[in-house]
Design a protein around this ligand. Structure first.
Ligand code: URA
Length: 432
């Protein structure tokens, strides 16, 4: 078999066999297939797509590129949540400690910034010293001790997704249903959680923007998960405006800490509680969504979720001083305030571009080897439907080094101030 022929066949719309797919995945994993060949393969899949059988084969080969963890020895339910990616979407940071405080084991394997969206691993690494690269033994040790651990794909578990994910990030091959499905599900299958909740984003700032296609992605991932014997739920949520009040790595961690300290409530905390509640139903910790919501809520108000979060930072070598002293994160040299030039109501019109703006401020990568600037990003002082007076600060742009004039040009096209209050879209649209 040759990589060339597999790329050629997919480029021309031919169906690939399980053997061909595992040849290209294994070859890429062990270095026999080059980045440029994998890039071409990914682009061919982007244009020609994969059918259900090929998607299953790709997910299986990717999951089997390393070891699969068997967590059946743990004395409680195991669950994980994964989002298809959005702007300001840091709900994993809140959901994991809430679930752990409720007695659920959460072996969370997350990703880095992808395209215009942020990544949980980059956010966690904004905490000085925090280690997302635990090996299998360390991961299980932290999981046993604190009921949750947050790591990236490792040399041992889902290694090929790490490489493919980084390549897709910089080759415009993220927005593909089979590639998103196999990337997410291969990690989730390999990490071993029995219950999986998927937050499938839809709208302007999602990778899959059209509702019907987002639903298709949700259905495909649920189907693949069930084929691997997992208990699956998918929730389709709106991604037409940023979630919460921050996009950027340390900025989102600070927002999470503020919620855990009971000092902040916003749409980010609301969605996190809702998604945690779905998982509590899945794991049968609660038997109604209402009870599950109040149980999740209680973990924040009692401070138990904060305790779990602090313990996780400590066990993963992070500096726990960040909890009480945000200056430990460091601070951007520049903060540019974007002010309203007229009265009216705020409406986000292109949140994808807001994500691009955050990336250009330094919160994302333009090339795989780029370093993220942990303190850069955007604070959203106003949300869709908020009343605006001329001169109000709409956004704060935090950055160290950036082409601020170019960024402002992009940002200006991303929102509008209109005369009449716009409808505020509810976040959770459908459950599958
Ligand atoms: N999250 C992932 O892990 N992979 C994707 O492709 C998109 C979001």
């Amino acid at each position: 078999m040759r990589a060339y022929d597999i790329i050629f066949n997919k480029r021309n719309g031919k169906k690939l066999s399980q053997q061909e797919i595992s040849f290209i995945v294994n070859g890429y994993n062990n270095g026999e297939i080059a980045d440029y060949q994998m890039s071409a393969f990914l682009m061919a899949v982007y244009f020609q797509s994969l059918d259900d059988e090929e998607t299953f084969s790709l997910t299986k080969s990717m999951a089997e590129s390393g070891e699969s963890l068997d967590l059946s020895f743990l004395d409680g339910p195991t669950a994980d949540k994964h989002s298809t990616g959005g702007v300001g979407d840091g709900t994993s940071l809140l959901i994991a400690p809430i679930l752990a405080a409720c007695g659920v084991y959460v072996p969370m394997m997350s990703g880095r910034a992808l395209g215009h969206t942020g990544g949980t691993l980059d956010k966690l690494e904004s905490i000085p010293g925090f280690n997302v690269n635990l090996d299998k033994e360390e991961f299980i040790k932290v999981l046993k001790e604190n009921k949750f651990a947050m790591i990236g794909q490792t040399k041992e578990v889902a290694p090929v997704d790490k490489k493919m994910y980084a390549l897709r990030d910089v080759t415009a091959t993220v927005e593909s249903i089979p590639l998103i499905c196999s990337s997410i599900m291969s990690k989730k299958i390999a990490e071993g959680a029995a219950n999986i909740l998927l937050d499938v984003k839809t709208g302007k700032a999602a990778f899959i923007q059209k509702y019907e296609e987002s639903k298709l992605l949700a259905e495909k991932m649920v189907q693949v998960g069930k084929m691997f014997g997992r208990n699956m739920t998918a929730v389709i949520t709106d991604m037409n405006e940023p979630l919460g009040n921050a996009a950027g790595n340390s900025l989102e961690i600070i927002q999470t800490i503020e919620v855990l300290k009971n000092k902040l409530r916003n749409d980010f905390s609301e969605l996190s509680i809702e998604l945690a509640a779905y998982t509590l139903l899945q794991t049968k910790i609660s038997n109604t969504l209402e009870k599950a919501r109040s149980l999740a809520e209680e973990q924040i108000s009692s401070g138990k979720a904060l305790e779990k979060f602090i313990k996780m930072i400590e066990l993963q070598n992070g500096d726990t001083k960040v909890i009480d002293d945000y200056s430990v994160f460091g601070k951007a040299e520049n903060i540019y305030e974007v002010k309203a030039i007229k009265n009216g109501y705020l409406k986000y019109v292109d949140t994808r571009n807001i994500g691009v703006t955050s990336c250009l401020l330094g919160a994302g990568r333009l090339k795989t080897e780029d370093k993220i600037d942990p303190v850069s990003g955007i604070i959203f002082n106003k949300k869709t439907g908020d009343k605006i007076n001329k001169g109000d600060i709409l956004f704060e742009l935090h950055y160290n080094k950036a082409d601020i004039d170019g960024i402002l040009k992009i940002l200006k096209k991303s929102y509008d101030i209109i005369e009449h209050k716009p409808d505020v879209q509810k976040r959770v649209l459908e459950t599958i």
